[in-house]
Every structure is written in structure tokens, then in C-alpha cells.
Design a protein around this ligand. Structure first.
Ligand SMILES: Nc1ncnc2c1ncn2[C@@H]1O[C@H](COP(=O)(O)OP(=O)(O)O)[C@@H](O)[C@H]1O
Ligand SMILES: [Mg+2]
Length: 352
């Protein structure tokens, strides 16, 4: 029997296409249909025909659609008890830096100390007492688009006033000038001017969703790189994301050196405990060990692979009490193939 999957599309018509591609590729084991989770009759549409699992593709552009997706996942996962991949927990902490900070703290997972304020006076009081620099972040947004390093109290107070004003927090909603691919991208849009329209529409949408009336401040962690550790199913990968300017995120500069096994241990323990099987976790190395900066159940991939060991692409798996490296190509279709393989493997074994 084939696994019956429902792909839960988000507000953007193209974002679930990699799920479709993966389902097509594994068509002998999976049959699938797509439901737009943002439509009015979303629940009726999901339940219209029987299914075994829901395949989610949460969006990360605006807070309104983020909230929509989370609420409906909550109903489907917790009220209706349907199987969802990635899991509801992975979806809720995705693209929600404020909520991720609460979650990390509540679970005792090491991370940069993070303070969230909804009261301007309370935040100003905090800014008087804290040391500098500190980092300010917006809640939703990737590639360093809403992250600023504040070096003095005066600078931090200006930031605070802006967030609690009509303008809201700064968020870049144009091209990322720190990206290592800048030249290649400019050339691409010169040769394919039509491709620019969706990009401009994204910039407009993002620009229409400024963050107001709450701030996220974070302890500044000096670093030259972030570790990016990926877990899909039981396969692990890691590489370094290098900084461009003050930020590693969005630089697209990578270093494929051999990852330390202690890093894989750290991520395995964390993801095992919460049964997370679709994760890209970004970590800082600090005086107090690894610190989790971000956790993403959906993540971009700019190279064909996520890890090299001694120059060979491949994956790590923990078998027989040891980390075993297996050379090969395990990140095809931006890791969606590996996700669907995991769904097939798990669902198959649950039935037998
Ligand atoms: N607490 C911090 N201390 C120092 N630099 C940070 C801190 N948090 C983030 N950064 C830098 O800013 C970049 C973007 O921040 P991040 O939290 O990853 O947001 P984004 O969602 O934009 O990737 C990171 O890649 C890192 O280089
Ligand atoms: Mg990041």
C-alpha cells in the first residue's frame, strides 16, 4: 500500500514544489495531493479523503501567515492528532525567534541569553544596565535581514524608540548586499528580467510587515563562523557558515572542514529528545560550549551537499555506538528526498 500524503501548501504558490518533486520521485511508495492551508475550507479540504500523513511547508515571510499556519497545524496535530512532518513543535519554533528563545530556555538548551520586552520602559531600563554590544533581532526573517549589532546605549535606545514608533523595527527587504553570490545573481536577473518580478513582490510583502511594539535583545557572542548542522531522518551533516561583515547568515560563504564529533553529539541529543527529524541548527562556539542560535525545519541549500569529510561529500550516522561516515549524495532536491525517504521508512515500519 502506498503512503497517502497531503502536502500543506502555504501562501506562496511555489514553496511546496520541492515536496511535490520528492513525492513524484518516490511515486512507487507515495501518493499525494496538495491542500492550500491558507484557504477558507482548509480543514474540509484536508479531510476530504483519507490520508496517512501531512507534509508541511511553513512559510517564513510575514507574521500574519506564520500565525495562520501555526494555528492550523496546532488543530491538525494536537486536536485532530494527525501525523505531521516536520512535527508541530519543529514548525512552531521555526521563523519565530521570540518563541524559540522561550523554548530553548524552558528546555535548558544552551543559547545566547535572550530578552524579549513588550514594554518600552522596561526595555529602556534593561538597556541602562546591560553591557555592550548587544544584538537586536526581529522575530521573523532570514539571511540577517533584521539583525543589528548595537554598540552603545544611545544606539540601542534609538532602535527601541523606532520599534515602538509607527515605523517599526528595521528589516532589510531588498537584495542582500553581503551575499557571496551578488555578482552571479545580478547577472542572472539581467539575463532573466521576468524572474525579477516575484522577487520584487517578496520585497514588497516583507516591507509591509514591520515588527512593532516588542523587541528581542540578545547577548553578543563573538564568532568568526556558525556551525550549520543538518539532521534529516537519522542522517547528520555539518559545515561552517562564515561571516561577511558582522553576520554569517546570508553570506553564503561556507567552509567544508571536518566537523567535530562533539558537535554531532550535541545536536543528536537535542533532536532525539524532541523527536525532531528535519532540522538545520545553527550554533556558535563559545567559552561555555555550543550555543544554539537558530533551529529551522525548512532550510535553503546553495550547494549540492551539506558536508564534506576529508574532501568527500557524505553523511554521518550513529550506528553501534559510533559515528560512521558514509560518502555519497544524501542532500538531493534540497534535502526533500531525504525527508520523504524518512517518512516512507517510518511509516512503513509503523505499519509492519
Ligand atoms: N547573539 C549574537 N551575537 C553575535 N552575532 C550574532 C548573534 N546572533 C546572530 N548573530 C550574527 O547575525 C547573523 C544573523 O542572525 P540570525 O539570528 O542567524 O538571524 P537570521 O534569521 O537573519 O539568519 C548570524 O549569522 C550571526 O553571524
Ligand atoms: Mg541565521
Amino acid at each position: 500500500m502506498k503512503i497517502r500524503a497531503v502536502i500543506l501548501a502555504n501562501e506562496r504558490s511555489e514553496e511546496h514544489l520541492l515536496w511535490i518533486r520528492a513525492c513524484q520521485k518516490y511515486g512507487e511508495a507515495v501518493e499525494w495531493r496538495v491542500v492550500n492551508l491558507t484557504c477558507g475550507e482548509w480543514l474540509e479540504e484536508v479531510e476530504k479523503e483519507p490520508f496517512d500523513i501531512l507534509l508541511a511547508k511553513p512559510g517564513g515571510m510575514t507574521s500574519i501567515f506564520k500565525q495562520l499556519y501555526d494555528e492550523r497545524i496546532f488543530i491538525l496535530g494536537f486536536v485532530k492528532q494527525y501525523k505531521i512532518f516536520p512535527s508541530p513543535g519543529e514548525i512552531f519554533i521555526y521563523e519565530n525567534k521570540r518563541f524559540l528563545a522561550y523554548w530553548l530556555k524552558a528546555n535548558g538548551i544552551p543559547h545566547p541569553v535572550t530578552d524579549v520586552f513588550y514594554n518600552e520602559a522596561e526595555a529602556a531600563e534593561f538597556l541602562k544596565k546591560t553591557g555592550y554590544p548587544i544584538v537586536a533581532k526581529i522575530n521573523i526573517g532570514a539571511s540577517g535581514s533584521g539583525v543589528v549589532v548595537l554598540h552603545t546605549e544611545a544606539e540601542a535606545l534609538r532602535y527601541l524608540r523606532q520599534v515602538f514608533s509607527r515605523r517599526g523595527a528595521y528589516r532589510r527587504h531588498g537584495p542582500n548586499m553581503r551575499s557571496g553570490n551578488r555578482g552571479r545573481r545580478a547577472l542572472y536577473y539581467l539575463l532573466h528580467p521576468k524572474a525579477l518580478m516575484p522577487k520584487l513582490s517578496i520585497y514588497r510583502t516583507v516591507g509591509s510587515d514591520p515588527q512593532k511594539n516588542f523587541v528581542i535583545f540578545q547577548e553578543y557572542i563573538p564568532h568568526d563562523f556558525e556551525w550549520r548542522v543538518v539532521r534529516t531522518g537519522d542522517s547528520f551533516f555539518a559545515h561552517k557558515k562564515l561571516k561577511a561583515g558582522e553576520k554569517a547568515s546570508g553570506s553564503l560563504l561556507k567552509s567544508y572542514c571536518n566537523p567535530p564529533l562533539s558537535l554531532l553529539d550535541f545536536v543528536k541529543k537535542l533532536t532525539d529528545r524532541h523527536a525532531f527529524h528535519s532540522q538545520a541548527i545553527d550554533l556558535f562556539e563559545s567559552g561555555r560550549g555550543y550555543l544554539v542560535n537558530e533551529m529551522q525545519c525548512i532550510f535553503g541549500q546553495s550547494d549540492p551537499h551539506q558536508m564534506e569529510v576529508d574532501g568527500n561529500p557524505g553523511r554521518y550516522r550513529f550506528t553501534g555506538g559510533h559515528w560512521l561516515f558514509e560518502p555519497g549524495d544524501f542532500n538531493g532536491n534540497e534535502c526533500y528526498d531525504a525527508r520523504i525517504e524518512w517518512v516512507i521508512e517510518k511509516h512503513g515500519s509503523a505499519e509492519s
